[in-house]
Design a protein around this ligand. Structure first.
Ligand code: EZ4
Ligand code: CO
Length: 413
């Protein structure tokens, strides 16, 4: 019987911080899992190194379901982003390893391809409309066939989702593209005014539809800032512009709050990038209060658990919209692509290109063609980790920003 011989946690910060678990068996097979939790990376490193890695040595790597249940139930303390990211890393590394052992791309073990490629959306942004239009054009040239729209709001100095390269206010640390976390010793402060945002946004979508026509799928992220009744109002105001989805309109810990949003709008809703188990979706799914599940493989207990969430959601005609920002590592992205290719209820995949240094640390084999992603046909996930290259970039402290209202009150970011 083959058994796990080593479980190493690799921390690297080429363009940003990434945490990767690498399992190796006594017969020389390896598997990689992503454990990156933006702004709280070292908590997962400790969870894995101090508490999980010693339990894995000597185990049969092929017992994926059993290992998942063992890690989830034997901890006694269930759920939570740190625990579920750690379990996800083990789970994905075991799937990678099993698929490599089988000599197959992972999607084949998950049931085979249900489609030829995965529609992906990119992030256009700008402080004002001309800058936003340039960014949309740039994304169309890069081949994107679905685009998320985020803009500045008059009167606010810093707004979520506007690319760092376009933001004069970003002074702390060093970031790339739209990556919201900044390197440094303290989180960047942003400001927020929901009334100003609600007044501004419908006009932005009217202008974008006027410029780019009715066909292009457009998305928007509300990033947890509205109350349910405010979200209902925004969804209704955006109906003429036919959004693919409105994301995270409220902080959805209160799942019942989405009933109120649903009563007021037919704009499709996507929620769940910060969720970590199926229980976060119980009311949302069974009452059909959302249309897309935003969970990433990396933050939701891996392929084993996200597959169960998505199968549950499928019975209610709810589809996948897996989170795919730059804080999902190339390993986590590959896991998303294999799962997305195999499931029946795939919806759309978020896709941000990683930086050049990241691509030298993680060698990837996915393809990007006609606005669609495909995980490729290498055995396993199709990603290899260059540990020498990774070793050049030690961890750097970094935080996500936080929000204050104009009177100084801390608000949801
Ligand atoms: O703020 O990934 O839809 N995407 C998002 C992201 C999240 C970051 C947090 O780490 O909301 O930009
Ligand atoms: Co989001």
């Amino acid at each position: 019987m083959t058994s796990i011989e080593t479980a190493e946690v690799v921390v690297t910060s080429p363009d940003r911080n990434f945490v990767t678990l690498r399992l190796t068996t006594d017969d020389g097979l390896t598997g990689l899992g992503d454990a990156t939790l933006n702004g709280r990376e070292l908590a997962v490193v400790s969870y894995l190194r101090d508490h999980v890695a010693p339990l894995l040595i000597g185990r049969d790597p092929h017992r994926i379901e059993d290992t998942w249940q063992f890690l989830y139930r034997s901890a006694y303390w269930r759920r939570g982003p740190v625990t579920m990211a750690a379990i996800a890393a083990v789970d994905v590394a075991l799937w990678d390893l099993k698929a490599r052992a089988a000599g197959m791309p992972l999607y084949q073990l998950l049931g085979g391809a249900s489609r030829t490629g995965l529609l992906a959306y990119g992030h256009a942004s700008g402080r004002d409309l001309p800058e936003l239009f340039d960014s949309v054009r740039d994304h169309l040239e890069q081949g994107y066939r679905a685009i998320r729209i985020q803009t500045g709001v008059p009167g606010l100095k810093a707004v979520y989702g506007v690319a760092a390269t376009q933001r004069a206010d970003v002074t702390v640390g060093d970031r790339y593209d739209y990556e919201p976390a900044s390197r440094g010793v303290f989180p960047q402060e942003e400001d927020w005014d929901t009334r100003a945002y609600l007044r501004h946004l419908p006009g932005v979508f009217e202008a974008v539809r006027g410029e780019f026509g009715p066909e292009l799928p457009l998305l928007h992220d509300g990033h947890h800032r509205m109350t349910p009744i405010q979200a209902g109002r925004l969804g209704k105001a955006l109906e003429p512009y036919d959004l693919f989805w409105l994301e995270d309109c409220t902080p959805a810990e209160n799942q019942q709050g989405l009933r109120l949003v649903r009563q007021h709008t037919t704009t499709p809703l996507a929620i769940g990038e910060v969720f970590n188990t199926v229980w976060d979706y119980q009311t949302l799914v069974t009452e059909q209060l959302i249309d897309y599940v935003r969970s990433a493989v990396t933050h939701t207990g891996g392929i084993t658990h996200l597959r169960k969430i998505l199968d549950f959601a499928a019975q209610y005609q709810i589809r996948s919209g897996m989170h795919g920002p730059t804080d999902i590592s190339p390993v986590g992205m590959a896991a998303a692509l294999h799962l997305g290719l195999a499931i029946h209820n795939f919806g759309i995949q978020e896709y941000m290109k990683h930086g050049a240094r990241t691509d030298e640390v993680f060698h990837q084999t996915f393809t990007w063609k006609d606005g669609r992603l495909h995980p490729g046909d290498e055995p396993g996930l199709g990603v290899t980790l260059d540990t020498d290259e990774a070793g050049k970039y030690p961890y750097q402290r970094a935080y996500l920003p936080y929000n204050r209202l104009t009177d100084g009150t801390v608000h949801d970011w």
